[in-house]
Design a protein around this ligand. Structure first.
Ligand code: 5GP
Length: 123
């Protein structure tokens, strides 16, 4: 599958559509999720064109990977959720219901987050 440069996060990176941008450095951009599922729900995306975690881990340089995950930590620090605890989540592909085909990590926090997965679905 080829990277779709018109995906919504690519457009946010190019500043073609607005977002509540909270952090930016050479490797990453972070902004509030448009449909928050916790008091803190922030998305962190790499600046490079990668479809998902799988694509990023395969193709990104060591500097990009290290820079990206350092940025995720910096965002969590900036959001003030490190002490109380937070959850990182990255959906890859259909079974995970990945909606936007530009790699992103969700940061959830601000309240007790419950179990990792809902138990209502079939195994
Ligand atoms: P995924 O299921 O791909 O891991 O999550 C995609 C996330 O992107 C969802 O939580 C959704 O609410 C968020 N999202 C989708 N479109 C936009 C948008 O235009 N702006 C922002 N800020 N978030 C978006």
């Amino acid at each position: 599958m080829a990277y779709d440069s018109d995906n919504v996060f690519a457009r946010i990176l190019r500043r073609e559509i607005p977002a509540d941008i909270l952090y930016e450095d050479a490797f990453a951009l972070a902004f509030s999720d448009i449909n928050p599922q916790a008091p803190v729900h922030v998305l962190v995306i790499p600046k490079g064109a990668y479809i998902s975690f799988d694509d990023f881990a395969e193709k990104a340089s060591d500097d990009e990977i290290a820079g990206f995950f350092r940025a995720v930590r910096a965002v969590a620090q900036k959001l003030g959720v490190a002490e109380g605890g937070y959850r990182l989540l990255a959906n890859h592909g259909a079974n995970a219901h990945q909606e936007v085909p530009h790699f992103h990590v969700h940061i959830f926090g601000g309240r007790p987050l419950g179990p990792m997965l809902t138990r209502t679905g079939r195994p």
